[in-house]
Design a protein around this ligand. Structure first.
Ligand SMILES: [Zn+2]
Length: 215
């Protein structure tokens, strides 16, 4: 490969345009916008990669073949005026990026925003779960989520936190002790959902269900 060049087909595949239909659609757009000449072309300058990505993401939404991702992908594409395209590799899917957690998060986020349940308190969970959760939340500024690691032991400040949020999710298989969660499950039981399984997927599913069921 020439210096400073990328294989155009590989670049498009990397960005999720790896099925024949998606590839053609992407190429047509890049030609129309003058990023790629109309002659058959194998390479593209490496410098153009960010512009190519930006251009494609401003027009298309790539989703994998999974039924849930197809449904969510088409829905999100429609609401944001994008054209949905089918990605061959799951990792290129803009909904799940190959991970069920990510898809569950996308669904929870959508449900919470649609139903106006955006202020949450999450209680418990392992340090790993909390750091993964923080990474998801960083992408979703519309969700205001407070996390109770179960350390404070100050029921007055716990109550104040509980009052500030619309819903409380307690990860019930975590190491957090029962006495601590009793503050929430007593006085605030209307707001509380219990997440019986470990892991983020279960948490996000619980949040989605609660948001959809609320009012
Ligand atoms: Zn997917």
């Amino acid at each position: 490969m020439p210096d400073g060049q990328l294989n155009l087909e590989e670049l498009l595949a990397d960005l999720g345009f790896d099925s024949p239909g998606a590839h053609q659609a992407a190429l047509a757009l890049l030609r129309e916008e003058g990023l790629v000449s109309s002659r058959p072309k194998t390479f593209i300058s490496r410098d153009k990669k960010p512009r190519v990505r930006e251009m494609l993401q401003s027009r298309f939404l790539a989703h994998c073949a999974d039924a849930e991702c197809s449904r969510l992908g088409r829905e999100r594409a429609r609401s944001s005026g994008l054209a949905p395209v089918l990605a061959g590799r799951r990792a290129a899917c803009q909904i799940c990026q190959g991970a069920n957690n990510r898809r569950a998060f996308a669904r929870a986020r959508q449900a919470c925003v649609e139903h106006g349940i955006t202020q949450w308190l999450i209680v418990g969970g392992s340090p790993n779960l909390r750091s993964d959760l923080a990474a998801y939340l960083a992408e979703a500024p519309e969700l205001r989520i407070d996390v109770d690691e179960g350390r404070s032991g100050d029921s007055k400040s716990d109550r104040a936190r509980a009052r500030r949020v619309q819903a409380i999710a307690i990860l019930s298989r975590s190491e957090i002790n029962h006495k601590h969660t009793a503050v929430y499950t007593g006085e605030f039981k209307e707001k509380v959902i219990l997440i019986p399984a470990r892991g983020l997927e279960a948490l996000f599913e619980g949040m989605e269900r609660h948001a959809r069921g609320a009012r």
